[in-house]
Design a protein around this ligand. Structure first.
Ligand code: HEC
Length: 128
């Protein structure tokens, strides 16, 4: 028995199909990024928080109650990192996400009211 003769047209057809599938996957990724990014920008909790003006004094109190166990009483770092100058590394939006997302264990996910989050943010932004 001889094998099937190689059919270059069939191989070309398969390559075309693979290229089309890769192209569709890439297009799907682009659509996903275009849909997801603006949604993240428009996250209503962050937007609401950023519209409020926070009190760093109240934020400091919240910090000592909720965060100092890990970040130190003066945010100097303990289990969690030193937070002085953190505002230079992270935008306000990123700081909010850091507090509410729970994406970096062991730091838990906090759910402060927007005003409390605005106060915490004022405190974090004031840590130079
Ligand atoms: C159980 C310990 C723990 C508690 C409580 C905690 N954190 Fe954290 N935090 C961490 C750890 C650990 C990291 C580092 C996470 C990583 O990047 O992997 C971190 C990271 C951060 C960062 C990012 C620091 C940087 O350099 O990018 C910020 C900002 C922060 N925490 C703020 C807070 C605030 C505000 C609170 C209180 C509402 C809090 N944390 C409570 C452990 C904690």
């Amino acid at each position: 028995m001889t094998g099937q003769p190689l059919n270059p047209d069939a191989a070309k057809g398969r390559r075309g199909l693979i290229a089309a599938l890769v192209g569709m996957a890439a297009a799907a990724c682009i659509v996903a990024v275009l849909l997801v990014l603006p949604a993240a920008q428009a996250d209503p909790y962050s937007r609401q928080t950023l519209e409020l003006s926070g009190s760093s004094e109240k934020g400091g109190r919240l910090f000592r109650l909720n965060c100092a166990g890990c970040h130190g009483i003066a945010a100097q770092g303990l289990v969690g990192p030193n937070l002085h100058g953190v505002a230079a590394r992270k935008s306000s939006r990123q700081l909010i996400q850091q507090v509410v997302s729970g994406r970096t264990p062991p730091m838990p996910r906090f759910q402060p009211e927007p005003q409390a989050m605005a106060d915490l943010l004022a405190y974090l932004n004031g840590l130079v």
